[in-house]
Design a protein around this ligand. Sequence first.
Ligand code: ASN
Ligand code: ZN
Ligand code: CA
Length: 327
Amino acid sequence: YEAIETGTGTSTYSGTVPLTTTKSGSQYQLNDGARGGHKTYDLNQGTSGTGSLFTNSTDTWGGGRQTAGVDAHYGAAVTWDFYKNVFGRNGIRNDGKAAYSRVHYGNSYVNAFWSDSCFCMTYGDGQNNKNPLTALDVAAHEMSHGVTAATAKLVYSGESGGLNEATSDIFGTAVEFYANNKTDVGDYLIGEKINIYGDGKPLRYMDKPSKDGKSKDSWYSGIGGVDVHYSSGPANHFFYLLSEGSGKKTINGVDYDSPTADGSKVTGIGRDKAQKIWYKALTTQFTSNTNYAKARTGTLNAAASLYGNNSAEYKAVAAAWSAINVK
Ligand code: ASN
Ligand code: ZN
Ligand code: CA
């Protein structure tokens, strides 16, 4: 017999978390029957297949190889809940069916990725297998690649590739704020917990993307030739400005200082409205070849349909794009 259960896990990055599991006979499995049957597997340093489903004799998880599995299983659940409760989206393809997660990929593999062909998320263990790339914002970033692939299908190169990456950073961040647990209170930093450079610094910054040394703060002709993880900068910056406004601000103890390309002042409309606008644009306006100029139009159309074309929200979208040089 099988039953849906609620267990507890000790994670790497999110403290003690609830886990939805399945009891099968006398064994518990990381199989989330409340969210489309999302399963989490241990690749045990392999690079193909599914390895083995995490199983346990009790419903208390963590320690050793299980710990990264706890993060991945929790991250997939919170991301599922975010899309469901905030946007009414029932899973990545809005069909109620889950993807799956694989952890412990390869040896000292410093990346995580979404693959549409397996419909799954995969996580490496980081440098010296010490920092698995399973933090909540990373998991939500990867799962959101699945949502983009199921909706706008933004091509993963050129300007559309930058918008694809930014979409994952935007919703990765939104999920972290949504979770609002003790250790994931939410910030506009990407990958601040995985110590990818060994110096404790985040991978990316949304208030001023150029703080990473590579991302672009604003649009310019030719940005389509930049790696998609850096051409995402202007759209991440747009989202920050639209949510929080320009200038200095401290949120959950983190200091931000967001500049504008033209010295203009932008007043934010709050993250809840900004994420609604981006989601509506992604799912009803953007297409595979949407570039920055079309993203401006698409988000303005989304804002008009949500709030009206004379609304403060519509005007803020226009102002935030202009502030990153998309006029
Ligand atoms: N972690 C990376 C990402 O999701 C993997 C890649 O370069 N596609 O963007
Ligand atoms: Zn990505
Ligand atoms: Ca973050």
